[in-house]
Design a protein around this ligand. Structure first.
Ligand code: HEC
Length: 161
């Protein structure tokens, strides 16, 4: 017990040490790290909605437990604090299209990216309620959820075509 407490304490200490060692977050490396973090979050959205979408289309057999878990993951992901993931200057005009697809409009006046994010949060919460309640319930929640992804991408992500 004592030993594990000591290990825990040193973990906490090293975590706060590395946080202070990072210090200034305005450099190019810090901006790239933020871009990677938000892209990783998007990948986790895609990974989890992929299962739900597959079930909705009948390509993957419906399984209440697996659907509930994926939906809970999506809801949890949507609640992560993202305040460090979208620093000013991390758009594709400044960082290059090979680094990020985030459009400058995200940071421009009149941007409604926050409400797009909230739409995702609401749709993910609704899916979390629905996913384990049968295929029809899942199907009812997949449209708004998918639209919340697409709605934000349409305005704020560089399209591939
Ligand atoms: C609030 C806006 C917003 C919402 C909501 C949103 N995205 Fe994104 N997404 C973006 C932006 C902006 C990018 C480009 C990020 C970058 O390249 O820095 C992106 C990029 C991505 C990528 C590419 C990631 C990579 O590795 O480059 C995937 C996949 C993705 N989104 C999936 C989703 C899915 C699935 C959902 C819904 C469950 C979703 N997104 C919801 C804004 C959003």
């Amino acid at each position: 017990m004592k030993k594990s407490l000591t290990i825990l304490t040193s973990l906490v200490l090293s975590a706060s040490f590395s946080a202070s060692a990072i210090g200034d977050e305005s450099g190019d490396a810090a901006t790239k790290a933020a871009i990677k973090a938000r892209q990783a979050q998007m990948q986790l959205y895609a990974f989890n909605i992929g299962l739900l979408g597959g079930m909705a289309k009948g390509e993957i057999e419906y399984n209440a437990d697996a659907a509930s878990k994926a939906a809970a993951n999506l809801a949890a992901l949507s609640r992560l604090d993202q305040s460090r993931s979208w620093p000013m200057g991390s758009d594709n005009a400044k960082m290059g299209a090979e680094t990020t697809a985030a459009l400058p409009a995200i940071w421009a006046e009149g941007s409604d990216i926050m409400s797009k994010g909230m739409a995702l949060g609401e749709a993910a919460a609704a899916m979390e309620q629905a996913a384990g309640g049968g295929l029809d319930a899942l199907r009812g929640a997949i449209g708004p959820l998918g639209n919340s992804c697409g709605g934000c991408h349409k305005s704020y992500r560089q399209s591939d075509d």
